[in-house]
Design a binder for this molecule. Structure first.
Ligand code: APR
Ligand code: ZN
Length: 229
């Protein structure tokens, strides 16, 4: 282990930037059924509804600004004397816009379009239309570059290697409801890695240490502590 830090973030990291989380009472899954907007079957059945859902997400992300937590994580990755693996379930680009050099998006990235035919990726228009053409193969097969329920999360080999390369696992702003991300804490514990949760309220999972409070306060305080050592 090179003493790296593995950081798994969820929707709570971006909540104070104004982006909705999923499972709060005003969450995205209260307003929309997953099976209507976030599965391959939904996209096949009603591509206009799915494109509209992600066009709304993309516009919200474009209007959002990184908060102090994103800034602190970007600073940690730049300043820490060992690797800081920023693995996120979030589909926004706020960590990158805060200056983070390497972010692993295991559920995809709403700023990107993916060609379902040839696999080409490109910067998505804010409003992606049904049947948008792929600039590489001309197929009318553009979809949001999002990992939908029932699809395989991206970069799992990189994520496994990053975890094995670390001696601290930190979960920030995630309810731990969705696998495989929810399984990373147990994997860390099996590897003998210390686990820390930073969350508005604890998710209730068994971490070695839990610090509660809004990410924009708790994350910068923790980063300052880590960099002071
Ligand atoms: N600061 C810190 N944590 C917060 C804040 C905040 N300001 N606001 C909310 N949280 C925490 C909540 O306590 C909760 O634990 O963020 C978490 C949000 O949980 P979810 O809405 O379930 O989001 P997430 O864990 O990211 O969901 C995982 O589920 O639907 C899929 O693909 C989707 O990536 C998503 C995955
Ligand atoms: Zn293509």
């Amino acid at each position: 282990m090179s003493g790296g830090i593995f950081i798994l973030s969820g929707a709570g990291l971006s909540a104070e930037s104004g982006l909705k989380t999923f499972r709060a009472e005003d969450g995205l899954w209260e307003e929309h059924r997953v099976e209507d907007v976030a599965t391959p079957e939904a996209f096949a059945r009603d591509p206009a509804l799915v494109q509209r859902f992600y066009n709304e997400r993309r516009a919200a992300v474009a209007a959002a600004q990184p908060n102090a937590a994103h800034e602190a994580l970007a600073q940690l990755q730049a300043a820490y004397d060992a690797p800081v693996h920023l693995v996120t379930q979030n589909i926004d680009d706020l960590l990158e816009r805060a200056g983070a050099a390497v972010v692993i998006h295991m559920h995809g990235d709403v700023t990107l379009a993916l060609c379902a035919d040839c696999g080409h990726r490109w910067r998505a228009p804010v409003e992606m239309a049904v049947g948008e053409q792929c600039p590489a193969c001309d197929a009318a097969a553009a979809r949001p570059d999002i990992v939908w329920f029932g699809e395989i999360p991206y970069h799992m080999d990189r994520i496994q290697a990053a975890l094995e390369d670390s001696d601290l696992f930190v979960a920030i702003g995630t309810s731990g409801n969705v696998y495989p991300a929810a399984g990373f804490r147990q994997l860390a514990q099996q590897l003998g890695i210390k686990t820390l949760e930073l969350n508005l309220d604890t998710s209730g999972a068994a971490f070695d240490e839990v610090r509660t409070g809004p990410a924009s306060k708790v994350v910068p305080a923790w980063v300052a502590e880590v960099l002071a050592h």
